[in-house]
Design a binder for this molecule. Structure first.
Ligand code: YSA
Length: 334
């Protein structure tokens, strides 16, 4: 009987399927595939030998072998899928020992900057300041011009930043301070105003232990009739008492910011060294005029503080660069 006759094809099929049924693992199934369906496997060899058959049976024998090949390919796919699915099922040896202690899942926590900001905002919220947030990508007019810092003002040199669009009419930058939120708030509402505004700021800085090129600020603004420097000092003393306790020394010193008159900087004692944590002052009449407030009727105070510097004093962190270095050894301490 010729090798590729229907009878021998049936025998071959039976033998192949029996052998496939005996293959239990992925590697055994792969061995089976190579043996029967591989380039040098049983079926390819038989197909190649068809040329040796008498011409009148070649066509039928070839078609017969190709049909068998298709059936074996399908059987292989099914077997391979079955093995991979059964791998996912638990074998008896995989049973879970419910007496073992559970694995603790790692819960995320708040970033120390965020923790500090929330604590500071709570203090001001308790004193009646409302929290508002504004854009990090800001218009030049809000970040500088309307804060009495025109294009040629030397104060701009201290706050260079990344510019998003320098060429359009409304130039756009990454804000260097949260003070633009003073203007945005006053443009929208009439006095009395009492807001705090937290958020990221960016500056072209030579970084060191107390300077980063990216940091947070919290802006504060209070405008009403009869607001004085005494209100500014009283508010900031209360803030310092709540955040640092009554024993920590704080210092007010004259400072210059174009958008206040007079201006101060506030520093906190850190083991005999003064660390500046904020700038503040009485809102400049030009700024009030610019947003349509009458400076003869209304006065106000404003401040801008750095929560990273405050967290450094609070938790004794020696270098501000830890905050944004994403080192878990630092972050997981909070
Ligand atoms: C002044 C008067 C006002 O009426 C209102 C706000 C201000 C503050 C002003 N906008 C300002 O930005 N002043 S500042 O340049 O001295 O920064 C204020 C605080 O932000 C600093 O005291 C410091 O705590 C933080 N800061 C500034 N540059 C920083 C920084 N923190 C980390 N890295 C930097 N590069």
């Amino acid at each position: 009987m010729p090798e590729a006759s229907p009878a021998s094809t049936q025998e071959l099929e039976r033998a192949a399927l029996d052998s496939l049924a005996a293959a239990k693992s992925e590697s055994e199934i792969e061995e089976w595939r190579i043996e029967y369906l591989g380039r040098r496997g049983v079926l390819s060899t038989r197909l190649r030998s068809i040329g040796t058959l008498p011409p009148e049976v070649r066509r039928e024998a070839g078609a017969d072998l190709n049909r068998l090949k298709n059936r074996l390919c399908n059987a292989f796919d099914e077997a391979a899928q079955h093995v991979s699915e059964s791998k996912r099922d638990f074998a008896p040896g995989d049973a879970i020992d419910i007496t073992l202690p559970g694995r603790r899942s790692n819960l995320g926590g708040l970033h120390p900057s965020e923790m500090m900001m929330r604590e500071i905002l709570d203090v001001f919220n308790d004193m009646g300041f409302q929290t508002v947030e504004g854009p990090i990508v800001e218009l030049e007019k809000y970040n500088f011009d309307m804060l009495n810092v025109p294009a040629d003002h030397p104060a701009r040199d201290l706050q260079d930043t990344l510019w998003i669009d320098r060429n359009s009419d409304e130039r756009v930058l990454l804000r260097t301070q949260t003070s633009p939120m003073q203007i945005r708030t006053m443009e929208k509402q009439k006095p009395p105003v009492r807001i705090v505004s937290p958020g990221l700021c960016f500056r072209h800085e030579a970084t060191d232990a107390t300077h980063e090129w990216q940091f947070h600020q919290i802006e504060g603004l209070a405008v009403d009739e009869g607001v004085t420097m005494a209100d500014l000092k009283g508010t900031l003393y209360e803030f310092a008492r709540r955040i640092f306790g009554t024993q920590r020394k704080i210092r007010f010193r004259c400072d210059y910011f174009p958008f206040v008159e007079p201006g101060v900087d506030v520093s906190v004692d850190w083991d005999g060294r003064w660390v500046e944590i904020m700038g503040a002052g009485m809102v400049h009449p030009k700024v009030l005029e610019g947003v349509g407030y009458d400076p003869a009727k209304y006065t106000g105070f404003a401040f801008g503080m750095g929560p990273e510097r405050i967290a450094m004093l609070r938790y004794n962190i020696e270098d501000i660069r830890h905050f944004f270095s994403n080192d878990l050894r630092f972050l997981s301490q909070f």
